[in-house]
Each structure stands twice: as structure tokens, then as C-alpha cells.
Design a protein around this ligand. Structure first.
Ligand code: SF4
Length: 400
């Protein structure tokens, strides 16, 4: 796809951030609407050709609300303009190169970007919820020892357009009468390391002219970058924050989450407290349970002590092994005991259900495996039954 026309969905993140400070927090406000499903590059191009400004809105409506994948179907545009658009612009800059569907309806997409880099996006179906898990970077630089995504480090941030397209590709898997209901930013990458592009894409998707999701239906997960958490709090959005804790002490977290050496658990907790104080939104703490490593009685006790006095919820994620990594899922009795100890200590705890069994649902797993195999030129591998592994990050946090 290198050398192909620029996508109308690409957006300079600075465009979306302008005017979208504290006053522009809610997507119902004029400022947030301006930061919505606009196509600024296309708008400028249209203006140069003497086309009215509303043409850009027409194109956006076709893409976001009518699922258009080409300009040819945009029948309320003049035929000549459609031809000119086809030769100068692309609707999408990513393409689906692999789709895996689990028996529970979970879909995992492998997308290829214009530069050939690949990312993963997952759609989960549960009762009336339709949740997409998006990636925010190619690879990840945080290096959590149990995660496939971080094995080769980070290659680059995803652009606003690429993140937007992840959501649209997932949306397009749904029948016309269904809508996305939730977004979780728990895929490949450290979401707050790409904060500006991520917020620009989420603002656009949540705007009434985008897909119209409530900001409250979006969860941004982070390994814990204190300054970025504070910056997110200052933006005054309604997005929910989830902090990936994985260990209740500095010492253990240093071992499991190497970035902790730099930031420190204390600073992460202070930032989480700050987020709650500023936004009033309860923070979720995610904790991947690794058999024999952080699921012991003393770990439960330390976790209770760490969160004592905080209004918080803990999401426990039993680990699913990743090929080549030496970590194991906890035994059922150890999981039960850990949950019991936490609850006895007064913590609000849930255990994440496994979704997407028998696909490469672990974050980074599909990308990693496909990198070593021949890739078919088209999507449509529905029904592929390949082993699921769920790491601590990303999809692990969803499916684990
Ligand atoms: S668990 Fe998340 S933050 Fe850690 S390496 Fe994996 S993707 Fe990055």
C-alpha cells in the first residue's frame, strides 16, 4: 500500500486538540463537535477546487454512518468529484489481512498499515455489548515480561487515522442494525505514550458526527505513566482510566513491569489518586495473575494494603500462557484463594472472563505468529481455530 493516496481519515492530532480543553470535554459541546469526525485535509483540498465546505461532511457521513469504503458509492456527490476523489484520496489506509473468529463470536483482526506494519484489533460480543479493543502503537516499549506485544519493543505510534480505522474495521463486522457500545484501549502498545493521537481518534469516534459513543463507554488502559495520567485528567474528558498494576510492591513490580524502575509504584498510585480527585471517576486496577509469582497469599495481603482507603476496583486477569514465555496461569484453587483474600480485605474485585478462546487472542500473538508465515492477500479467515494465549497486557486484559 506504500505510495497509495493519502487517507481522508488521517488527521493531524493538533487539529483535534485545538479548542478541546476543559470547556470542550463533553462531546455535546460545540468545541468537542469541532474535534469530531472532521476531515481537515480533505476540506482544504475541496476548497482549493472550489467545492462547498459541506462536501467534506457528506464524505464523513458516508464513512462513519453509511460504512462507505469507496468514493464511488457516495451518490450524493457529483460524479466528476467522485472520480477526482478516487484518484487523489483513499478512504482507508489500512487493510484487514487476517480475521480469526472464535466460537464465542470474538473476532480478531490483523491490520496492515501503509508502511507494512501490522496491528491487532479485537471485537467482542457479549449479550448486548459490542466492545472493540484497539491498539495504540506498533509494538510496545514497556517490556512487561509476560507480554507478547513488548517482545521486540515499540516501532512507532499509530496515527489518528489508523486508530480511527481500527474502530471502523471492527464496526463493519457488525450487522447494519448493531452498533459498537464500548471501546477499550488495551491492545498493543502503551496507550498514554501516544496520548494525543489516541484522544484525537477517540474524540472523533465519540462525536455525534462520528459513531456517537458516550465517552463513558471508553476505557483507556495504561501501565502507569504519571505525567500522562495527569495530563489526561486535565483534559476533562469522560474516559475511564484503568491502571495495569500487576504487582502490589515496588520490588515485584520492578520484576514484572520494567518501566516501574523509572516511574515507581508510588508515583503511579499518586497519579491514579490525582485522576480520581480531578475527574471523580473511579480508577480500575488491572492485575494479571501469574501462577506462583504474584498470586500468593502475601501478594493478596500487599494488594489489600496498597489499595486500602482508595475507592477502586480490581480486575483480576488469570494469565494465559504465551508461547516461549515461562509464565503460567494460576491453578483454580489459587485463583479462588486470591479472590477470597482480596474480598476479605475489603477490595472490590472481579475476575475477567476468557473471551476469544481458540484464536490468537493474546495481545501481539497473532501479529507475531503471522510474521513468520505466509499471509493471504485477503481477509476472511472466519472460523480459524488457533490456540488462544492471553498475556497480561492488551487482549489479555480483555480475554484473560
Ligand atoms: S502488557 Fe501492555 S504495557 Fe506491558 S508490554 Fe504488553 S502491551 Fe505493553
Amino acid at each position: 500500500m506504500l505510495g497509495s493516496p493519502a487517507s481522508v481519515l488521517e488527521l493531524d492530532s493538533r487539529t483535534a486538540w485545538s479548542g478541546a480543553g476543559r470547556e470542550g470535554a463533553d462531546h455535546g459541546t460545540p468545541a468537542a463537535r469541532r474535534a469530531g469526525a472532521t476531515l481537515p485535509g480533505l476540506t482544504a483540498w475541496l476548497a482549493e477546487r472550489g467545492e462547498p465546505a459541506y462536501r467534506s461532511d457528506q464524505v464523513a457521513r458516508w464513512i462513519f454512518q453509511k460504512r462507505a469504503r469507496s468514493f464511488a458509492v457516495m451518490t450524493d456527490l457529483p460524479a466528476g468529484l467522485r472520480l477526482a476523489l478516487e484518484s487523489s484520496w483513499a478512504v482507508y489506509q489500512t487493510r484487514v489481512i487476517r480475521r480469526q473468529t472464535a466460537t464465542d463470536g470474538t473476532d480478531k483482526l490483523l491490520l496492515e498499515c501503509r508502511d507494512g506494519r501490522r496491528i491487532e484489533t479485537v471485537l467482542m460480543r457479549e449479550e448486548d455489548r459490542r466492545t472493540v479493543c484497539v491498539s495504540s502503537q506498533v509494538g510496545c516499549g514497556m517490556g512487561c515480561v509476560f507480554c507478547a506485544s513488548g517482545l521486540k519493543g515499540v516501532e512507532r505510534n499509530l496515527t489518528v487515522g489508523e486508530i480511527t480505522e481500527e474502530l471502523l474495521h471492527a464496526r463493519d463486522l457488525l450487522p447494519e442494525h448493531e452498533r459498537l457500545t464500548n471501546i477499550v484501549v488495551m491492545g498493543m502498545g502503551e496507550s498514554l505514550a501516544n496520548l494525543e493521537n489516541l484522544i484525537a481518534a477517540l474524540d472523533r469516534i465519540c462525536s455525534p458526527s462520528g459513531l456517537g459513543l458516550s465517552q463513558r463507554a471508553v476505557t483507556i488502559s495504561t501501565v502507569g505513566l504519571p505525567e500522562k495520567i495527569k495530563r489526561l485528567a486535565a483534559l476533562d474528558r469522560r474516559y475511564h482510566l484503568a491502571v495495569s498494576l500487576h504487582a502490589p510492591t515496588e520490588e515485584l513490580r520492578d520484576q514484572l513491569v520494567p518501566i516501574n524502575h523509572k516511574v515507581g509504584l508510588r508515583a503511579v498510585m499518586e497519579a491514579a489518586d490525582h485522576y480520581f480527585a480531578v475527574t471523580g471517576r473511579q480508577v480500575t486496577f488491572e492485575y494479571v495473575l501469574l501462577g506462583g509469582i504474584n498470586d500468593r497469599d502475601r501478594d493478596a495481603r500487599d494488594l489489600v494494603a496498597l489499595l486500602a482507603g482508595r475507592k477502586a476496583h480490581v480486575n483480576l486477569i488469570p494469565y494465559n500462557p504465551v508461547a516461549g514465555l515461562p509464565y503460567e496461569r494460576p491453578a483454580p484453587r489459587d485463583l479462588d484463594r486470591f479472590v477470597r483474600r482480596c474480598r476479605q480485605g475489603g477490595l472490590s474485585v472481579s475476575v475477567r472472563k476468557t473471551k476469544g478462546k481458540r484464536i490468537d487472542a493474546a495481545c501481539g500473538q497473532l501479529r507475531r505468529r503471522i510474521a513468520e508465515a505466509t499471509i493471504p492477500a485477503s481477509a476472511g479467515n472466519a472460523g480459524a481455530a488457533i490456540e488462544l494465549a492471553t498475556p497480561g497486557g492488551s487482549i489479555a486484559r480483555l480475554g484473560g
